[in-house]
Design a binder for this molecule. Structure first.
Ligand code: SF4
Length: 365
């Protein structure tokens, strides 16, 4: 029978209250660490161990790591981060198990392998406690995880294992709430090549439903809603839409403007747009926006890639776009589409704040 991990966790926190011992915390990604870090940093001096060679491919591993780093910037605390080198042979180890449902023997091996590596690091560096955030996930078996932690302490034991079932007592809901606020990239597969393949075919199917074409009158409300979204207006420069008159004026200006302004559609729903900022000869500068609920799911990268191909077919040889320096997701979209940073940079005053703007371009021979 499994133990009451939540009670053991709470008892331990009660015991160490006010002492702030050193905790090595294994973290698999940013979104799984949001609530755990908020909770644990009150009790511990935390060092995160980002030991996740299970994440395939390497790009995805880097993406999750950069989201975690972004979250640590948001938290602005004294939490440290250790990043061991990526083990390229890890997938081969998992291959021995073959495809099987998530949560089975392969996963038990995978939790144990990563937790052991982190535990040994904690032991070498003389931490007081060790645990992992993985129990926050509904897909992870907290019993497996805690038994592994318990065995590590029994077998190697100088670093105390902190039992945890972080999803319990509303932990999972608190984590989701923080996710809505922080808007970290949330991956939709666990990590290994097996889960990646399932995810890749689902993603391909999702992205195949995208299209880009001219705006129609019926898109007005959806477009205005995108412009009025607070997150969008932080990075896409638009005058505040105070009333219906302003909304009508903006929409007719867009529809009547000879410059390009095309909608990005998921099936027949408008989810974003790409517009021409200016063009001269074979060079064009564009801007783009994707509604926040569709961000970080590959839609914007795919739409931009398709759009640039189309512009090139129409004779454009240089395609330029810009983003505020702090708008990291947008910069990543440009990079994913093969755009490179160019010399042009400028400071722009917007919403009462100075923003440094970076320019990227793709050149076609
Ligand atoms: S599904 Fe997740 S936990 Fe299971 S083997 Fe793959 S990466 Fe590891």
């Amino acid at each position: 029978m499994s133990k009451n991990y939540l009670k053991l966790f709470k008892d331990e926190l009660e015991k160490i209250k006010g002492q702030r011992p050193k905790l090595l915390l294994h973290v698999c990604c940013g979104p799984c660490s949001e609530y755990p870090l908020v909770l644990l940093k009150e009790y511990f001096q935390i060092t995160i161990y980002y030991g996740n060679p299970n994440i395939y491919p390497l790009d995805e591993y880097d993406k999750r790591l950069s989201e975690l780093e972004h979250y640590l910037d948001i938290l602005d605390s004294d939490i440290k981060l250790v990043i061991p080198s990526y083990d390229n042979d890890y997938q081969k180890e998992l291959m021995k198990f073959g495809p099987m449902k998530e949560g089975g023997r392969r996963c038990a091996y995978c939790y144990a392998r990563r937790m052991k590596e982190a535990y040994l690091y904690a032991q070498k560096e003389s931490y007081d406690y060790f645990t992992t955030v993985m129990s926050i996930s509904n897909h992870k078996n907290a019993d497996y995880i805690n038994r592994i932690g318990e065995d590590l302490y029994k077998n190697y034991g100088t670093v105390k294992y902190l039992y945890a079932d972080l999803k319990k007592e509303g932990g999972i809901d608190k984590n989701r709430e923080l996710n809505k606020i922080n808007r970290l990239y949330e991956q939709d597969y666990c990590g290994c090549i097996f889960t990646y393949q399932v995810h890749a075919s689902k993603k391909e199917e999702r992205l195949s439903k995208l299209s880009i074409h001219k705006l129609q009158d019926r898109d007005k409300n959806a477009l205005i809603a995108i412009f009025k979204d607070e997150e969008v207006s932080k990075t896409y420069m638009v005058a505040p839409l105070k009333d219906q008159k302003a909304e009508d004026a903006l929409f007719s200006k867009i529809i009547c403007n000879p410059r390009r302004f095309d909608g990005i559609y998921l099936e027949d729903r408008l989810i974003g747009f790409i517009n021409e900022v200016e063009s001269k000869d074979a060079a064009i500068e564009i801007g783009y926006v994707i509604a926040p609920e569709y961000q970080r799911q590959g839609y914007m990268s795919k739409a931009l890639e398709l759009y640039m191909q189309e512009l090139n077919k129409q004779g454009y040889k240089v395609i330029v776009a810009a983003a505020f320096k702090e708008n990291v997701p947008s910069i990543k979209v440009m990079e994913r589409c093969g755009m490179k940073k160019i010399d042009k940079e400028e400071d722009i005053m917007y919403q009462g704040k100075m923003h440094h703007c970076l320019y990227y371009a793709k050149r076609y021979d």
